[in-house]
Design a protein. Structure first.
Length: 290
């Protein structure tokens, strides 16, 4: 099973409303497996998927419990439709990410198929993609921290992400009742604790969050958004191996390099002397160039 999650960045724009922690783990376990499968239907056994998403130990859950968990995830995916609005709002297209979500409980299997218009999100990704380790994602316990983790991974080599308060609320599906203080206590502080740190084990080393303010009532101004900063991940540079030249060096005949050598020929004595004189001159030119 594949532990690398990789997809086109535009998937990060879909807010995972009302998803629970375990349901996010199931979703991104599925996403890890459909990568580079084109439109092929991917089949999981329940045991494979449970192990992949680190679902509760089998001893603590029945097969029917897992079927119910998959069904709940499927219901939320149905509501997670991608909407494309064009021509000034006159044309609206909606698509579900996985139109095939067959829970075969009698066989303890799950079949997943990607929508044809979404296949580029998971296939042959070279630019504009997010990637991360599935196991690392699963260890994060907060649904808010999981979403922030994905966004920071999108900008992993940039080292910062700035977002307006409106977009932040939308992406994280933050309740309208949450004020700035609630966001600090329930979202930002736990995120810093889980994702940040100064040691080598930190997911985002030296992560810090700056509040962006704009002028308004009060001395502090009005909250306009947040800026996340951390030490960037290094890009993996491809260093080509040095190649040996395939140009063959032609050996210089011994009669050119060896002053003592002479060419034996069937020429007349006079002609042979003239040839050896030319060879001697060539030898002198070779030595002069060294």
């Amino acid at each position: 099973m594949n532990d690398l999650v990789k997809y086109q960045n535009k998937l990060n724009g879909l807010p995972l409303r009302n998803f629970e922690d375990s349901e996010m783990n199931i979703l991104f376990s599925i996403i890890a497996q459909v990568r580079d499968k084109d439109l092929q239907t991917v089949t999981f056994t329940f045991d494979e998927l449970r192990e992949q998403c680190k679902y509760r130990p089998k001893s603590n859950i029945t097969s029917q419990d897992f079927i119910n968990a998959l069904d709940k995830t499927s219901d939320k995916l149905d509501k997670l439709s991608y909407k494309e609005i064009t021509n000034g709002g006159r044309d609206i297209k909606k698509m579900t990410l996985f139109p095939t979500f067959n829970i075969l409980g009698s066989q303890e299997k799950l079949e997943i198929g990607v929508h044809p218009e979404f296949k580029e999100i998971f296939n042959k990704l070279t630019l504009g993609y997010t990637s991360f380790d599935l196991i690392e994602f699963i260890t994060i316990q907060s649904i808010y921290a999981k979403t922030i983790y994905r966004m920071l991974k999108q900008f992993r080599t940039q080292g910062w992400w700035q977002v307006s308060i409106e977009d932040f609320r939308h992406l994280l599906s933050i309740p309208d009742s949450y004020k700035s203080g609630n966001i600090d206590q329930q979202i930002l502080n736990p995120t810093l604790k889980q994702l940040g740190g100064s040691d080598e084990n930190a997911i985002f080393k030296n992560l810090k969050i700056e509040k962006i303010k704009k002028k308004g009532r009060g001395r502090g101004g009005v909250l306009a958004g947040y800026k996340f900063e951390w030490e960037t991940e290094e890009r993996k540079q491809f260093t080509p191996k040095p190649t040996k030249s395939k140009v063959k060096k032609e050996a210089i005949p011994a009669h050119i390099t060896d002053p003592a050598s002479k060419v034996e020929t069937d020429l007349s004595e006079e002609a042979s002397e003239m040839l050896n004189a030319r060879i001697k001159k060539t030898q002198e030119n070779v030595r002069a160039k060294k």
